[in-house]
Design a protein around this ligand. Structure first.
Ligand code: GLA
Length: 386
């Protein structure tokens, strides 16, 4: 955390020729289990990772946000503050900020003033680790704190989700909520309908590893929204508001009224919700054997029913599986899918074994090097006056 904030502070000084007066930070996330359940009103179990987005800022006395993006080749953009801010035609990164600013300005008319901002992050982009949610939450928390708007962290998360919709990504609430509300050494079980949060301690006998396939996923595309539409279609056919309200018995009852793809999409979500609740319990107890089975089932369901697994992430899961054997690891593709990372929960003495096996085998399968890191569960969004 401190590294990206320090980088943002120096970049701020170099760009704006003055000292920043505040900073903010929000982490990325890795999802332990519960994929594509959030927008179906179901359950998820993510934790905040050690990488995130840092911002250094200062009021600039204008009605404009002036933003330096250190990680996008020091790209710069400025835009007028107001309730209806047009999207930039080709700079996706700034549209997250335009979206957030518009939402906050609409809710708090006249309160948001111009800021100079320098933004630096260290979450690998396209890795399924929520770099965009961390940007939205870090910025939203900064604006709320700078102008004493007192927006609750869960509401900052909801605004982040709305900013994604402004851009065209109809995502759920998981990524922004964990980025805003994560607690050190805990995963967070989110009931995505009631938005009730339950902290689940990371057991001391286990380590969370993230293995990035380096196959970039880009979710502002049709695949994600397509999956969501199939889920909505299945819920409609079964006469329930959300797939959260369905169980397998109901799904079987309506099987004949659905096309085969819609049926399988719904089966993934319904079975995944059940797995999250069981996994939450196994995780809290440090019961690796039970967690291993649930996470492997989750991976297979993502692969066969939801069809969001690519061959590279599948290969990574299989390497971990073969290296440690049944019950000795819990691994699955994490995040929105179509590339990105896998998450593996293992005993500390097995981290090296997994790392060596991936380094030895993955390139021959994919032509790529994987990036591997261990992470503690970290705190969510933070703000400081400097
Ligand atoms: C993306 C979305 C989340 C969630 C996951 C899949 O990360 O932003 O809301 O739907 O995909 O679980």
């Amino acid at each position: 955390m401190s590294q990206v904030i320090d980088k943002a502070k120096s970049a701020f000084k170099a760009k704006f020729n003055t000292e920043p007066t505040m900073s903010a930070y929000a982490p990325g996330r890795v999802n332990i289990i519960g994929e594509h359940t959030d927008y179906n009103g179901g359950f998820v179990l993510p934790c905040a990772i050690k990488y995130g987005t840092g911002i250094a800022a200062r009021e600039n006395g204008t009605n404009k946000m002036r933003v330096l993006a250190c990680d996008i080749n020091n790209d710069f953009d400025e835009f007028e503050i107001g309730a209806d801010i047009p999207k930039h035609p080709d700079k996706l990164w700034v549209n997250y900020l335009r979206g957030m600013t518009g939402l906050i300005a609409k809710k708090y008319p006249g309160k948001v003033k111009g800021l100079d901002l320098a933004i630096c992050g260290d979450i690998p982009q396209g890795a399924g680790l929520s770099s965009s949610a961390s940007l939205e939450v870090s910025f939203g928390h900064l604006v709320s704190s700078a102008f004493e708007l007192g927006i609750a962290l869960q509401d900052v998360a909801l605004m982040g989700q709305a900013a994604e919709a402004y851009i065209g990504m109809k995502c759920g609430i998981m990524d922004q909520t964990i980025s805003a509300c994560g607690t050190a050494d805990h995963a967070l079980c989110i009931d995505c309908r009631s938005l009730k949060l339950t902290q689940v301690p990371v057991p001391s006998n286990l380590v969370v590893m993230v293995i990035n396939s380096n196959v970039k996923h880009q979710l502002v595309g049709s695949e994600y929204n397509d999956r969501r539409e199939s889920c909505e279609k299945a819920a409609k056919i079964m006469g329930v508001e959300l797939l959260r309200d369905a169980d397998l018995a109901l799904l079987e009852k309506f099987k004949d009224q659905m096309d085969e793809v819609t049926y399988r999409r719904a089966r993934h979500v319904i079975t995944e919700d059940e797995r999250v609740l069981k996994a939450m319990d196994a995780f809290a107890k440090g019961d690796l054997a039970v967690l291993a089975d649930l996470m492997y089932q989750s991976h297979l369901s993502e692969k066969n029913d939801f069809e969001i697994v690519v061959k590279e992430t599948d290969a990574l899961v299989e390497i971990v599986h073969k290296t440690l054997g049944e019950g000795k690891h819990a691994a699955r593709q994490t995040g929105g899918g179509f590339g990105g990372s896998i998450v593996a929960v293992v005993e500390p003495e097995n981290v090296q074994k997994v790392t060596d096996a991936i380094n030895a085998q993955y390139k021959a399968i994919s032509g790529l090097d994987a990036t591997i890191f261990e992470t503690k569960a970290c705190n969510g969004a933070q703000f400081a006056r400097l």
